[in-house]
Write a protein that binds this ligand. Structure first.
Ligand SMILES: Cc1cc2nc3c(=O)[nH]c(=O)nc-3n(C[C@H](O)[C@H](O)[C@H](O)COP(=O)(O)OP(=O)(O)OC[C@H]3O[C@@H](n4cnc5c(N)ncnc54)[C@H](O)[C@@H]3O)c2cc1C
Length: 308
């Protein structure tokens, strides 16, 4: 891992910076590159625009590691209201959330009930999938167990899996029994060398290996496979591989973050591939934003430019 990436990921976890940096005006204006605005209304308006170009979206209200269980109820109720608004406006939006935003650090059972309530309403009102984000490696196995349990009760749930972990292939094997819906990403957290591949090349190789494994599975089983990446080379290789394996276009999809590689996003849609754009909103954007900077440290120049 590069030094700049390490520093930015360290900063994403630093308590003082989490509390103070969001009030710096120049950072506030720099985040506009990655989100249409802090308010839900900003995200809904953006989703409406994406709808006109046949691009569905995924919504995430930023937040993680709540310290009081009552905060998780507010999050649950936010998503319940969001589902009504999405249905009223006839938008094509899926939800993606972090379990620690509902209280996973404090009570697994409460989190389960809250998540199930949202999932059932998604199924009844939107008829689509709700995604569970994957957080740092301390949560990997508990999140996988949580996912297996909820997937047995509710069909419409997807899980994010990170290719940088050494355990990824074993984790996917473990998940196959529940016909998972998987979003494969490289992984965004600061992980130790004995847990995750430290070198980008190894992460990319792992991503490719796992994507082949998932595409083979998708051919014969009722699993949904989504590739959450902006890596053009990797995506082109996956597309070629899908042709070689005989995986139909509608069996795979790509998911990208709002504001990143927009031209490439449009190209994929023109080529007939399914694409979803993940839109984040909310005021708790600091750790999430630092992880975005860490993915491309040259983004820091963009922040610095805003100072002047
Ligand atoms: C839909 C979606 C959901 C995600 N959910 C999770 C999750 O639940 N858990 C998790 O750990 N991670 C998640 N991630 C983040 C993911 O793990 C990576 O950190 C992120 O996608 C960057 O990696 P990459 O695959 O784009 O490849 P990289 O090799 O990092 O980037 C490929 C190219 O894309 C461009 N690029 C990538 N990121 C940026 C950026 N921030 N700013 C500008 N350009 C950029 C650069 O040009 C770069 O050369 C998610 C990503 C997506 C797209």
């Amino acid at each position: 891992m590069s030094i700049s990436r390490s520093i930015l990921l360290w900063a994403s976890e630093n308590k003082w910076m989490r509390k103070n940096v969001p009030s710096f005006g120049f950072v506030k204006s720099a985040i506009k590159k990655f989100m249409p605005g802090e308010k839900l209304e900003d995200a809904l308006d953006a989703a409406q625009k994406f709808k006109t170009v046949n691009t569905p979206t995924i919504f995430t209200k930023l937040g993680e590691n709540i310290t009081d269980l009552s905060e998780g109820l507010v999050v649950r109720d936010h998503y319940l209201k969001l589902i009504d608004q999405v249905a009223e406006r006839n938008l094509d939006i899926e939800i993606s959330l972090k379990l620690t935003q509902l209280g996973f650090d404090l009570s697994v059972d409460e989190t389960y009930e809250r998540f199930k309530t949202i999932t059932k309403k998604v199924n009844e009102n939107l008829g689509n999938v709700i995604w569970i984000d994957m957080e740092g490696s301390a949560y990997t196995q508990t999140t996988i167990e949580f996912y297996k349990k909820i997937k047995n009760e509710c069909e419409n749930v997807g899980l994010c899996i990170q290719a940088y972990l050494y355990s990824t292939e074993k984790d996917i094997d473990n998940l196959l029994s529940v016909n998972p819906n998987i979003r494969l990403v490289k992984g965004a957290y600061k992980e130790a060398r004995d847990i995750a591949f430290p070198n980008k090349k190894d992460v990319d190789n792992s991503y490719l290996r796992v994507s082949k494994m998932l595409m083979q599975t998708a051919k014969g089983k009722n699993v949904r496979v989504a590739f959450g990446t902006h890596d053009e080379d990797l995506i082109n290789t996956i597309i070629n591989e899908s042709k070689y394996l005989g995986v139909p276009k509608d069996k795979i999809e790509f998911q990208m973050l709002y504001g990143i590689k927009t031209n490439f996003q449009n190209e994929l849609v023109k080529l007939g591939y399914k694409l979803k754009v993940l839109i984040s909103y909310g005021d708790f954007w600091y750790p999430w934003y630092m992880r975005r900077l860490a993915e491309r440290p040259s983004n820091v120049w963009f922040v610095l430019k805003n100072i002047f």
